[in-house]
Design a protein around this ligand. Structure first.
Ligand code: UDP
Ligand code: MG
Length: 326
């Protein structure tokens, strides 16, 4: 006689409202971690009916970040940790978080409290009222100096040239539904530009306006070099304009060359003395065209290197250890 099959324990547990995960990349953030964990906890406590998981991804920090989070996760089961084998970069950390976060909706944010955790309930409310992707839009930015100038310049430029526009004043901070996250997780590319991918997948979108604060403590962990690389990733993976510009420049230069050639041939045939062209003109032209060609090769190289990265199929990150993930 067949015995009744026992039902899995999960089906017996009391009904909870759908879980929400917060994904946060961490790199050398020990200075802000205590405040971050405390403020997240406070937000969670206010809505205890929600099954919260804060999934922090330690991107090879060289300080005590991982220990701090591990200790906290041991005390509070709402916190979980993924540890990379080394520093793989912010985009990789984000990708790992999205791939492992259990929630029905997933919030992505920076660790440095520039993105206030207190805004999370608002993001969740928008999601509850039907939006699949909720973007937090900065009303103001408190960064200043060259960083800000560079970011503004990038956003302006990117808005102009991207084949696929992304909205200005949005960054990592936001919420995505399970289906949107699944869509992003299925995108296999290695040079990831998150804001671009998030608008590429589509879905119903809503916005929440907020004031972006200064980093609460510690130093920016994204070096200028990384930000530039990130900007280039954005441009080269969402625009063919650099390639097209090359074609246009080539077209323009050859047209001018051809016209000049005709001009001199006709003058020769008509017996008009051809003016002695100077050394300066020649040198200038040679150097200029040499430069244009090198830039062209460089641009081709940027695309080629990205193609090469994809072909190599190396994983975007390696996980050393996880804590608190079921
Ligand atoms: N970060 C990371 N890996 C890195 C650099 C940064 O995971 O290699 C994290 C960092 O801990 C923070 C977020 O990415 O949570 C944003 O970094 P940061 O505040 O330094 O950058 P910015 O605000 O200048 O974009
Ligand atoms: Mg920051």
């Amino acid at each position: 006689m067949a015995l009744p099959v026992p039902r899995p324990a999960t089906l017996l547990s009391p009904v909870r409202s759908p879980g929400i995960s917060i994904v946060i990349p961490i790199f050398n953030e020990e200075a802000v971690l205590p405040e971050l964990l405390q403020r997240l906890g406070a937000v969670f406590d206010r809505q205890p009916e929600i099954a919260w998981t804060a999934l922090l991804v330690n991107d090879g920090s060289r300080d005590r970040s991982a220990e701090l989070i591990r200790e906290h996760a041991a005390r509070d089961s709402r916190f979980a940790l993924i540890e990379f084998s080394r520093n793989f970069g912010f985009q990789a950390a984000l990708a790992a978080g999205l791939a492992h976060a259990p929630g029905e909706a997933i919030v992505t944010m920076d660790a440095d409290l520039q993105d206030p955790p207190e805004l999370i309930p608002e993001l969740v409310a928008k999601w509850r009222s039907g939006a699949e992707i909720v973007r937090a839009v900065r009303r103001s930015r408190q960064e200043s100096g060259p960083r800000r100038f560079g970011m503004d310049l990038f956003h302006r430029l990117f808005g102009r040239i991207a084949d696929f526009p992304i909205e200005a004043n949005t960054g990592t901070f936001g919420l995505m539904s399970r289906s949107a996250v699944n869509a992003i997780n299925r995108l296999p590319e290695r040079n990831r530009f998150f804001p671009g991918l998030r608008s590429w997948v589509g879905f119903t979108t809503a916005e929440v306006i907020y004031d972006r604060k200064e980093r609460a403590a510690g130093e920016p962990q994204q070096t200028l070099g990384r930000l530039i690389r990130y900007a280039l990733d954005g441009i080269f993976s969402f625009s063919y304009l650099p390639l097209r510009l090359l074609t246009y420049t080539g077209g323009a230069v050859s047209t001018v060359g051809f016209a000049l050639g005709c001009f001199f041939i006709i003058r020769r045939l008509l017996g008009i003395e051809v003016a002695q062209t100077g050394f300066t003109t020649l040198v200038t032209l040679v150097l200029f065209l040499g430069g244009v060609q090198l830039i062209g090769i460089g641009i081709l190289g940027e695309y080629l290197a990205r193609v090469y990265d994809e072909v190599k199929q190396r994983p975007a990150y390696l996980i050393k250890r996880t804590t608190g993930l079921g």
